[in-house]
Design a protein around this ligand. Structure first.
Ligand code: SAH
Length: 221
């Protein structure tokens, strides 16, 4: 049957391989993550005006004043999550859809929440067109997605003022949550590991810049 894997467009294959090689030099060492970056056409997720910049290691604007994350950031967060085939992964902030597709290509069952209706509608259409199986929901991702919890992995791709409690509750024991926490201008990435029902280890792993997480356990509009 036709699916995302058999339909991938190879026009930019060379650039994708170069990007993966570049990210390896930048310190990304997980071969599966690098292979996913080398496989997924990032041009599917950028605006037509930025097509020729699809393989630069930079964030780019998408609709509704949001951004597609920098490839290094996507690779770094994905590596931190340590994805295993069949992992149930919750993403907060679907945005362009690129990060969600990388997770799916790595064999995860992906559940992703986006709060902006226009982006959500574009994503429904895009995922159908590129034949990828990712579940998306329109709403406030700071509340998680209770119906499908617990998740082995949770990734927040917008800047949080603090770690949303509800996301920790929806993380499976043994699970990993990656979330940028800080001000609207600069955030520290945290790896949160749930080592038992009520024990969590929170490790800061570097500074990043994201668009704000807006919601009940985020910033107000
Ligand atoms: N993962 C995305 C990054 C998109 S930028 C990618 O690969 O392109 C962050 C996204 O988070 C934006 O689309 C924004 O609308 C969304 N967002 C912000 N607050 C949110 C919330 N509370 N729930 C769900 N999505 C949210």
């Amino acid at each position: 049957m036709e699916d995302f894997n058999t339909l991938v467009d190879n026009t930019y294959r060379e650039q994708r391989l170069n990007l993966a090689n570049y990210l390896r030099k930048q310190g990304i060492y997980n071969d599966d993550v690098l292979a996913a970056i080398a496989f997924v056409p990032r041009e599917y997720f950028v605006k037509p005006t930025f097509l020729n910049r699809s393989y630069e290691d930079t964030a780019l604007p998408i609709e509704c004043d949001q951004t597609i994350s920098q490839p290094f950031t996507v690779a770094y967060m994905t590596q931190l999550l340590d994805i295993n085939e069949g992992d149930r992964v919750l993403e907060i902030g679907t945005g362009s859809g690129y990060q969600a597709v990388i997770l799916r290509v790595l064999g995860a069952k992906v559940f992703s929440v986006e709060r902006i209706p226009d982006l959500y509608n574009d994503l429904l259409e895009l995922f159908k067109r590129i034949k990828i199986n990712i579940k998306i929901k329109l709403g406030d991702g700071t509340l998680g997605w209770k119906q499908y919890a617990p998740f082995n992995k949770i990734i927040v791709t917008a800047a949080a003022p603090f770690i949303p409690d509800e996301l920790k509750r929806q993380l499976a024991v043994g699970g990993r949550l990656v979330v940028p926490v800080g001000t609207k201008d600069i955030q520290t990435m945290y790896l949160v590991e749930r080592i038992s029902h009520d024990e969590f280890i929170e490790t800061p792993v570097g500074d990043f810049r994201f668009v704000p997480l807006i919601g009940k356990s985020g910033w107000s509009e």
